[in-house]
Design a protein around this ligand. Structure first.
Ligand SMILES: Nc1ncnc2c1ncn2[C@@H]1O[C@H](COP(=O)(O)OP(=O)(O)O)[C@@H](O)[C@H]1O
Ligand SMILES: [Mg+2]
Length: 364
């Protein structure tokens, strides 16, 4: 995976086990999917944060409406849980168009795509989630469909095969990807507009939480919402999930109202700390600090110390720790930052007097 790509989400994509069942994981689980439909903002005005994306998208859609035309193809790129699926539905709603939802992995053969494309209505929005995981032949068919609203359907096999051109009605493709860097340039270039979704500020997540609490009929005060927002890793999906767990706690242990005390107590039970680190994240940091003096230490050694697979540490725990500025990956190994010591309430060892003595001790 690409460590320089902040939207790289391998961490949550393919892994079962610790990654899948984490309370702070950013990929939707079954319960999320059931609840999210009810929590999705329905139009751009209701969509919180992402000011730039909203402003730009608003212009694209308004202009298309004014021309009475179908909107340009839109690519949404960003980490899981930031609102890509939600935005695709908003695009359709704002255009007053129906939406068809599919995903890259669901399209195995070009024929699957041809079947979908040829059944689109004029102006329809086709949402292609995880577009970077589409097969090559389907991708090539998509190029032509996006550009010329035409596909060649191949009939027959071998020397007798013929291509039958098929005209398509104009449609809007909305592609979503967690890995914009993985898209082949010819595909990327065919989108008229690319929206880069950023992680959300705590104040924005607070608004998300108040809005969801309202829809779920949960009473929550300002500091309670702020407490949950600060632990949500910049991600609305996680904010909504933590809100539901804190609500459970408030109902069972208190009068149902979410205050700061209730939020803190509930998230302590679920082992999500004040910065949104969970048990695994903290175990990695703790090992790095307490056993290896803050590093540098090799990934394999760190993984053994935590009792986890190398991949779990590297792909599940580290990306967020790096993003939070708690851990750095260096050519000589993993190193804790001063913020990591502070976060765990530990005092960093005094720097070795003779140059890089500390590194000699813990290196390799
Ligand atoms: N800007 C936002 N305002 C309010 N809720 C949001 C926003 N973005 C995402 N959400 C909520 O977060 C959840 C996950 O969003 P989703 O669109 O499924 O993310 P993605 O497709 O990027 O993984 C949904 O329940 C949605 O309601
Ligand atoms: Mg989605």
């Amino acid at each position: 995976m690409n460590w320089d790509d902040p939207t790289d989400a391998t961490a949550d994509e393919g892994l079962a086990g610790p990654a899948a069942e984490r309370l702070v994981g950013s990929v939707a689980d079954g319960e999320d999917q059931a609840v999210e439909a009810a929590l999705r903002p329905k139009d751009l005005g209701e969509f919180i944060g992402q000011e730039k994306v909203r402003e730009q998208l608003d212009l694209v859609l308004r202009a298309a409406r004014a021309r009475g035309a179908t909107a340009d193809h839109v690519l949404l790129s960003g980490a899981p849980g930031l609102g890509k699926t939600t935005l695709s539905m908003i695009i359709a709603a704002e255009m007053g168009a129906p939406i068809r939802i599919t995903s890259g992995p669901a399209i195995q053969h070009a024929g699957d795509l041809a079947a979908i494309l040829s059944s689109l209505q004029e102006g329809e929005v086709l949402f292609l989630d995880e577009i970077h995981r589409m097969s090559r032949p389907a991708e090539e068919m998509l190029y032509m469909a996006m550009e010329d609203f035409r596909v060649d359907v191949i009939v027959g096999k071998g020397p007798g095969a013929t291509a039958i051109p098929l005209e398509l009605p104009p449609f809007t493709l909305v592609g979503a990807t967690t890995r914009a860097g993985l898209l082949p340039p010819p595909l990327r270039d065919r989108f008229g507009f690319t929206a880069h979704m950023e992680f959300y500020e705590p104040a924005e997540l607070e608004r998300v939480i108040h809005r969801s609490a309202n829809l779920l009929d949960v009473e929550i005060d300002t500091v309670g919402a702020a407490e949950i927002a600060g632990r949500s890793r910049g991600t609305p999906r996680i904010a909504n999930r933590l809100l539901r767990r804190v609500r459970d706690y408030a109902q069972v242990k208190a009068d149902g109202v979410i205050t700061r005390e209730i939020a803190e107590a509930a998230l302590k039970v679920y082992e999500v700390d004040a910065r949104g680190l969970d048990r695994l994240d903290r175990a990695v940091l703790q090992a790095l600090l307490k056993l290896f003096g803050g590093g540098p230490v090799g990934l394999s050694t760190l993984a053994v110390a935590v009792g986890e697979e190398r991949e779990t540490v590297e792909e599940v725990a580290e990306p967020f720790l790096v993003r939070e500025g708690l851990l750095a990956r260096t050519p000589r190994g993993r190193v804790a930052t001063p913020a990591a010591w502070t976060h765990l309430g530990l005092t960093p060892p005094r720097p070795a007097t003779a140059g890089n003595g500390q590194q000699d001790l813990f290196g390799a």
